[in-house]
Design a protein. Sequence first.
Length: 168
Amino acid sequence: MDCLSVIKRRRSVREFIDKPIPQEVLEAIVDAGRFAPTARNIQPWEFIVVTDKQSLKNLAEITDHGKFLARAAACICVVSTDTKYYLEDCSAATQNILLAAVTFKVGSCWIAADKKPYCEKIKELLGIPPKYKVVSLIALGYPLTKKVFYQMPKRPLEEVLHWQKFSR
């Protein structure tokens, strides 16, 4: 699949079948995050892959909008050192991970974590040192339905594109 096709097929998946994702696939997906753009090439990120079912259930209980993590095959927790552009850098890494998942027909869903009240509980559960910030959790799994990788309806380009200045 070419890059634009992957971008157009990516969508949030919250229902998964009970099937593990091979370690080499998880490593390839995380590796895509490592190649994200980063301010001043600081690369502040660390990636924690969680596949243990009880840990996934615990993460699901901690989050406010990630209850479906309990049914995921894996979760990637993106954490960062506290740099000036940690949020931008780790958001770019998260997006790369979401796109890479599509190439393996793995469904994904970005769960916000930065500045959420449950971040300290996530740090405790995953053994993350205090100096790190939890930026995102990414649920991964094989989708319950095969119909998920079709292009989602989006606002037309002519409605969102402006030339030279904002115009309505």
